[in-house]
Design a protein around this ligand. Structure first.
Ligand code: IMP
Ligand code: MG
Length: 369
């Protein structure tokens, strides 16, 4: 991913695909033109890389020149096209091939045709490396197209976003989900984390990553990381944070286009929280909030005992065990509360009431992120 100004772009067309396309276009055009020496006219600024690679690959003698037009502002094609440098040589009787980096609405192409109206060229052909058919609104014939692309903003290989990105040798596409909502969901046993995670996941289109599930899946599917984790567990040792982080990293990567993640069961220590921050930073993202469901101990005990009657979970049947688990939770999470508070990312939410009311309270926090 690359960040230009305030926006994120993801890899879209590789350098090798671009180079193959340029090579193919040179052959096609060389075949069509025959023995004449063509004049290639690049449209600055965007076409400088394309023109450079194109003429290097063009198998026959040719001439190269440029005209300079400016139309785009930010992410939008504007109506007002400025003619900054026009034709500076006599093109009478010549075969001219326009080399465009990209044809979008076709306004620039319209201006090119106006420029050539009074030139007595033998022939005017249009070649463009990238073409957005859904955006094109004109009737001018486009003789050669490198790659047709969807109507989304791209940068790289000469194309810029407000001045940046022209230098990239490959092409990137504007990320559709710019901003991820990444939540660490916390709550003592019985607080209703699982229930709420399921609702939030639906409501905000998030991916729920429960560390317990990730562990079980890796071990069941005998992945390399799963086997590594198991080797520690079999020895009765804690699985090193890095192994867990590597598993989470895989999950995040598998869902690269996600609108965000709900982390459940992780982090449990400061070191893990730091590792998670690093992981997300490497994906150009970050934790948006740690949300903790706050439920009074006595209510938790009651809820869990109630659940124990039907769930068959032995750890839900004994009041002492339940109280211990709750104590454990507070001991473990206290440092994390501080960690996220220091980043102003800690939010406590009242976890008592009916399910919808609690979901609403969680939503109030998320909507403000
Ligand atoms: P048109 O005049 O709308 O066809 O747009 C052509 C010009 O707009 C190109 O020469 C580029 O300078 C610019 N442009 C169009 N689409 C993109 C894009 O996706 N990224 C960067 N520049 C673009
Ligand atoms: Mg251009």
């Amino acid at each position: 991913m690359v960040k230009l100004h305030n926006l994120y772009f993801k890899p879209f067309i590789s350098e090798s695909e671009i180079q193959e396309t340029v090579a193919r276009m040179t052959k096609e055009i060389a075949d069509d033109i025959g023995d004449e020496i063509p004049v290639f006219v690049g449209i600055l600024n965007g076409s400088f890389m394309f023109v450079s690679d194109f003429v290097k690959k063009f198998p026959k003698p040719c001439e190269v020149t440029f005209i300079k037009l400016a139309s785009y502002e930010g992410l939008k094609s504007s109506d007002d096209i400025k003619r900054l440098i026009g034709i500076t040589q006599d093109l009478t009787g010549r075969t001219v091939v326009i080399l465009e980096d990209i044809i979008d609405s076709g306004k620039t192409l319209g201006e090119v045709h106006r420029i050539f109206e009074n030139e007595k060229v033998k022939e005017l052909r249009i070649a463009t490396l990238f073409y957005k058919p859904e955006a094109y609104k004109k009737d001018y014939k486009i003789h050669y197209v490198g790659i047709e692309i969807p109507n989304k903003f791209i940068v790289g290989y000469g194309l810029d976003f407000d001045g940046l990105g022209r230098d990239l040798p490959e092409v990137y596409q504007l990320k559709t989900t710019q901003h991820m909502i990444n939540i660490v969901l916390f709550g003592p046993p019985g607080a209703g984390k699982g229930t709420q995670a399921a609702f939030l996941k639906e409501k905000y289109d998030l991916v729920h990553i429960s560390t317990g599930d990730v562990f079980r899946n890796n071990i069941n599917n005998e992945t390399a990381l799963g086997m590594l984790a198991k080797s520690f567990m079999d020895k009765g040792e804690l699985v090193p944070d890095q192994v867990t982080i590597d598993m989470l990293s895989n999950e995040v990567e598998k869902n690269a286009d996600a609108k965000g993640f709900i982390f459940d069961g992780f982090p449990r220590t400061d070191a893990q929280a730091k590792a998670l921050d690093d992981l997300l930073e490497s994906k150009d993202s970050e934790i948006s909030a740690m949300i903790a469901l706050e439920v009074d101990d006595e209510v938790l005990v009651k809820r869990l005992l109630e659940r124990g009657k039907t769930s068959g979970r032995t750890d839900d049947a004994d009041e002492n065990i339940i109280r211990n688990r709750i104590q454990e939770y507070y001991k473990k999470t206290a440092p994390l509360k501080n960690y996220y508070s220091a980043q102003k990312k800690y939010f406590g939410v009242d976890g008592i009431g009916n399910i919808e009311a609690i979901t609403q309270r969680l939503s109030n926090v998320i909507n403000k992120l």
